[in-house]
Structures are given as structure tokens and as C-alpha cells.
Design a protein around this ligand. Structure first.
Ligand code: SAH
Ligand code: SF4
Length: 345
């Protein structure tokens, strides 16, 4: 059985021809799939004979809502979405003044093991397909009865560790007959899988790249982010410079402020000198609570002082607004859960 919802329109054309069908059926089937049908039966302009062939050879991915929490503070919605194989991921729908932003997952769990992150603590199960990433958006749109205008790949998983499926998703979601959400409305966050940053740069996409830096030097970063032992900060920032050169896009550096770990003025000036001359922005996130990590948020006055050191060195920095904190929907708080477990609760 093939995953038909992850196919480009051009690939569908080839499938139609191999099924002995005219090529124009591809456009019809593609539109149906992108509109979010869950069964072939719903494709009303497709003849029965073709539907039978489709049912035999392909499956349509969809996500079912297992659980939904709505923040009393800001209306942010966190969904636990399951796939037919029983695996489940979390996705978050946030409302901003310019519209709705969805934060979706790219993997079930994550292999990267960052010490401050709930996803990293819950292990890795499998990659998501492009159609499963699309299915998260559709489930949210349908449930909240809204249209999503922006997407951030900042849920569970490391997008660049699932590179091919993520790229396929980006192209599908931007297609005219699909959801038509362009690259300028999409951000991708990575912990720093260096070879893939080079590959992505060569694609010259107009998406926003966020890099989870979280430390100004290898000593601190290797302690909290195991990936740093493979690709150190020097190598990572070299890749970032290449990315900026190739795409002309500004990079956003994520920096979780952890009390007593990475939040001193000395850390700020080291960070400033490392980022010197780069077209970038620093996004500070007071670290969100994750059980068992022992990490605490930096104090307000510490954060203010950190920012002023950066600004004096000419680096712009802002503190990210925390949404959905009452429902554990903030950065790094998404974790693996099983559909089965949810049902027995
Ligand atoms: N794997 C990717 C994307 C998902 S995580 C990455 O790491 O970039 C989304 C963002 O939340 C990343 O910047 C991540 O470093 C950050 N994050 C993880 N745990 C956090 C925590 N406890 N508090 C604040 N931010 C956290
Ligand atoms: Fe994975 Fe990102 Fe969490 Fe690190 S911060 S464990 S890369 S999801």
C-alpha cells in the first residue's frame, strides 16, 4: 500500500498512467487529497472503477483527535493526534493578531536528547510522513473551524533528522491546489544538524530558519545538547553563515534562558562576539518547566541584563511570549504519548 497523500501532483500523474487511467485524473485526485478527504469514497467526480483501484493500492493518512486542551489564558489549543498505527503526536494551534499559527510535529519523539526538552526525554519512535504532517494541520483546522496561515516546525522531533519527508511536506503545503501556505509563512527550527543545513541552504527556500543555540560555547552546549558533541558551535555557525549567504534570509537563534547555566553577562558577551556580523536575531525563551530536569527559568532582571549586553554589541534580541503554559503546550513541553495509554486513563 502506498501513501497517496504524500505524493506530488506530478507523481500522481505517473500513478494514474500506470493504473491505465488518463493523466487528468491526477489533478482531480490531488485536489481531493489536499482538501482533506479521509476516504476515496468522498471523491465524488471519480468513477467507481478508479476508486476501486485506489482503495486496493493506496491509503490516505489522517489524524484523529485523542485529546484537546484549551488554554484559559490565551486560547492556545494543544491536541494529541493519533495515526492509525497507534502512534500519537502533539500539535499546538495559536492565535496571533495576524491569524492562526500551527506548531506541528515532524517525528514521533526525538533522538537528539536535549536535557531541557520533554520530547528529548521521551525517546524516539518513528519519522512522520509528509501526509501525516499535513494531517495535523487539517485536524486542527477542522476542529477549530479556522484557516491556518502560518506554520512552525517546532513541535516534537528534529525536522532535519527527517529531511526528505519535511521537504516534501513544505512543497505540498505550498502548492496552489493544496493549502497554498508559502515558504515565507513557515519557520523551521533545528538543533543544528550541520550537513542538512547546507543541503537546505542549497534549496534556496524563503522559509525562516531558527537555530536552537542555547549556549555561547561548546562547554555549556555539549552539556545540554548532545548534538553539539558531533557538530560544535564553530561548525554550526559556519553552516549558518553559508545559509544566510545562499538565501539572503535572516536566521533566528533560539536561546532558552536557564538560571545559572547559560544566563550570565559573560555568556551574553561571548554570544555577541560569536554572532558578530551575522544577519540574525536572538529569541530568548525563559526555559519552560519540564519535570525531572531541575532547570529553572532565569530571573527577569537577569534576562534584561542579558539583552542589554547583546544590544550594546549590536545584536537584536527579544523575549518570546509564552503561550499555552497552563496546558504544557509551550516550547519543549510536548512529549510522546500513546493512544493506547490515553484510552486507559
Ligand atoms: N527539534 C527542533 C524543533 C523542536 S523544539 C529544535 O530543537 O530546534 C522547539 C524549540 O523549543 C527549540 O528551540 C527547542 O530548543 C526549544 N525548547 C526545548 N525545550 C525547551 C524548554 N524546556 N524551554 C524552552 N524552550 C525549549
Ligand atoms: Fe529534539 Fe528539539 Fe527537543 Fe532537542 S529540543 S530533544 S532536538 S525536539
Amino acid at each position: 500500500m502506498k501513501d497517496i497523500g504524500s505524493m506530488y501532483e506530478q507523481e500522481l500523474k505517473e500513478e494514474m498512467l500506470s493504473l491505465g487511467e488518463p493523466a487528468y485524473r491526477a489533478a482531480q485526485v490531488y485536489k481531493w487529497l489536499q482538501s482533506g478527504v479521509k476516504t476515496f469514497d468522498e471523491m465524488t467526480n471519480i468513477p467507481k472503477s478508479l476508486k476501486e483501484k485506489l482503495v486496493k493500492n493506496y491509503y490516505i493518512s489522517f489524524a484523529s483527535i485523542e485529546k484537546k486542551l484549551i488554554s484559559a489564558y490565551d486560547g492556545t489549543r494543544k491536541y494529541l493526534l493519533s495515526f492509525p498505527d497507534g502512534e500519537a503526536v502533539e500539535s499546538v494551534l495559536m492565535q496571533y493578531h495576524h491569524g492562526y499559527t500551527s506548531c506541528i510535529s515532524t517525528q514521533v519523539g526525538c533522538k537528539m536528547g536535549c536535557t531541557f526538552c520533554a520530547t528529548g526525554k521521551s525517546g524516539f519512535s518513528r519519522n512522520l510522513t509528509a501526509s501525516e504532517m499535513l494531517a495535523q494541520l487539517r485536524a486542527e483546522q477542522e476542529d477549530a473551524d479556522i484557516r491556518i496561515s502560518n506554520i512552525v516546525l517546532m513541535g516534537m522531533g528534529e525536522p532535519l533528522d527527517n529531511y526528505d519527508n519535511v521537504l516534501r511536506f513544505l512543497r505540498l503545503v505550498g502548492s496552489e491546489n493544496g493549502m497554498n501556505i508559502g515558504m515565507r509563512h513557515i519557520s523551521l527550527s533545528t538543533c543544528g544538524v550541520v550537513p542538512k543545513i547546507y543541503e537546505l541552504a542549497d534549496e534556496k527556500l524563503q522559509l525562516t530558519l531558527s537555530v536552537s543555540l542555547h549556549a555561547p560555547n561548546d562547554q555549556i552546549r555539549s552539556r545540554t545538547m548532545p548534538i553539539n558533541r558531533k557538530y560544535g558551535i564553530g561548525e554550526l555557525l559556519k553552516a549558518c553563515r553559508y545559509y544566510i549567504d545562499k538565501t539572503g534570509r535572516r536566521i533566528s537563534f533560539e536561546y532558552a534562558m536557564i538560571d545559572g547555566v547559560n544566563d550570565s553577562d559573560a555568556c551574553a558577551s561571548e554570544l555577541a562576539s560569536r554572532l558578530h556580523g551575522m544577519i540574525c536575531h536572538v529569541n530568548l525563551i525563559p526555559v519552560n518547566t519540564v519535570g525531572g530536569t531541575g532547570y529553572k527559568k532565569s530571573r527577569q532582571d537577569r534576562i534584561r541584563s542579558f539583552i542589554s549586553v547583546l544590544e550594546r554589541a549590536g545584536i537584536t534580541a527579544t523575549v518570546r511570549r509564552t503561550l499555552g503554559s497552563d496546558i504544557n503546550a509551550s516550547c519543549g513541553q510536548l512529549r510522546r504519548a500513546y493512544k493506547k495509554e490515553e484510552k486507559t486513563e
